[in-house]
Design a protein around this ligand. Structure first.
Ligand SMILES: [Zn+2]
Length: 169
């Protein structure tokens, strides 16, 4: 089932998510729904807080469903390693229409659990490292706009506030 994606300004998106403790049917349903929702947009990553669930779960698929091996489901992840920096344009399904350059690690290694609760360690370079950091931020209540500074951030926040007022957000 495709779930509605929350937008910047909606509460659960700005809160720290909690660890998953039970691997039950409702978690499996949430993960299936997140994958379907991500592919439906389409997007390359989605975190549970973006669909209003404050749990430390995210899905990433750089191939957007084209490569069956491309799908990553990460639960209760933590960084093991972060190296280097990259500067690229970035967007977010919770802030449609906005892009900005964000500093991210060039390489990131994450340790966490898969959807069955088994431990997994995944390394990402370039875009995958960027996606890991972007989704990890969501689990801590941070949207990429919050990572911007000064005029660029103010401009986006002001535009969103204006769209909210007119019911376009
Ligand atoms: Zn996002």
């Amino acid at each position: 089932m495709i779930r509605p994606i929350l937008r910047y300004g909606e509460r659960p998106l700005h809160e720290t998510a909690v660890n998953v403790t039970t691997f039950d049917d409702s978690l499996q349903r949430l993960i299936d729904d997140m994958i379907e929702t991500m592919y439906g947009v389409p997007g390359i990553g989605l975190a549970a807080p973006q669909v209003g669930v404050s749990l430390r779960v995210f899905v990433v698929d750089l191939s957007v469903g084209r490569d069956p091996k491309g799908l990553i489901v990460m639960i209760n992840p933590a960084f093991v390693e972060r190296e280097g920096t990259q500067l690229e344009e970035e967007g977010c399904l919770s802030a449609p229409g906005f892009n900005a350059t964000v500093v991210r690690p060039q390489r990131a290694v994450l340790k966490g659990l898969d959807r069955d609760g088994s431990e997994q360690t995944l390394a990402g370079d370039g875009l995958l490292a960027r996606a890991f950091q972007h989704e990890m931020d969501h689990l801590d209540g941070i949207v990429f706009i919050d990572r911007l500074r000064g005029i660029k951030r103010d401009m986006i926040v002001r535009k969103i506030a204006k769209m909210k007022k007119t019911g376009k957000w």
